[in-house]
Design a protein around this ligand. Structure first.
Ligand code: GLP
Length: 244
């Protein structure tokens, strides 16, 4: 769907997520959300916080799994995705702390494989992801699945692309401070979500959005694997959709 601006689009996505949370609650069931960081989803989270405050939307039945985290990364660091999620969402709603999952950027390297496998098992035990929110990087990454990531990839440690590290440089006060690695759900993990909502705003995303939607399905642009998913919504503002 194409919206005039990201504010309207974000409000619509937040309303959709709120409906899903409420319908699951009405059935007495958990709602399992896959969550993303970056600038794209911030307004969705702000709107969910507003719905919690003003309309009583409860997150008591929500179980969340974040896509990714830099590695290494201390949870208290300014740039950690733990901190991001607390700042934009978790500190402002009634989600149960034990229901929040974010890849742990402090796991010793020899335990990363085991940690990632357990992350996958936790997703399965929760019943799988009902709705996965995604942004897209200029490299065509979803989560931190950089070019070269295939459709069978699972949660694992990856090496960040140069372009991604350049884009993150301002957050880290210089590219040399951006971690070289990250933990991320795999393309295969993401594709198992029942429903996927990808957000992209601004002219800087127009070229990669075109490749994702109209290009051949390839490891070179991992987001193209979303073409194979039966329930994906691509939510764009006019600038991001300008090349379609
Ligand atoms: C980051 C995140 C991705 C995100 C992407 C786009 O690297 N790990 O999950 O989708 O970059 O970020 P933004 O929304 O700020 O454009």
């Amino acid at each position: 769907s194409l919206y005039a601006d990201s504010e309207q689009a974000s409000a619509a996505v937040a309303a959709q997520i709120a409906d899903l949370i409420r319908s699951r609650a009405a059935e007495g069931r958990p709602c399992v959300l896959g969550l993303a960081t970056g600038s794209s989803p911030t307004r969705v989270y702000e709107e969910l916080v507003r719905l919690h405050r003003e309309e009583g939307l409860s997150f008591q039945n929500v179980i969340s799994f974040n896509l990714d985290e830099y590695y290494p990364m201390a949870p208290g660091s300014l740039q950690s995705y733990v901190r991001f999620m607390r700042e934009y969402l978790f500190d402002h709603v009634d989600i149960k702390p034990e229901n929040v999952h974010i890849p742990d950027g402090t796991v010793p390297s020899e335990q990363v494989g085991e940690f990632c496998q357990r992350y996958e098992e936790q997703i399965q035990q929760a019943g799988g992801i009902d709705l996965q929110l995604l942004g897209i990087g200029r490299t065509g990454h979803i989560g931190f699945n950089e070019p070269g990531s295939g459709p069978a990839s699972r949660t694992r440690m990856i090496t960040l692309d140069h372009v991604t590290r350049t884009d993150a440089a301002s957050d880290f006060y210089g590219e040399e401070n951006v971690p070289r690695r990250a933990l991320t759900m795999g393309v295969g993990t993401i594709l198992e979500a029942r429903q996927i909502v990808l957000l992209a705003w601004g002219e800087g995303k127009a070229a990669v959005v075109k490749r994702m939607v109209e290009g051949d399905v390839t490891d070179t642009v991992p987001a193209t694997y979303l073409q194979r998913h039966p329930a994906v919504q691509v939510v764009l503002d006019e600038a991001a959709g300008a090349e379609l």
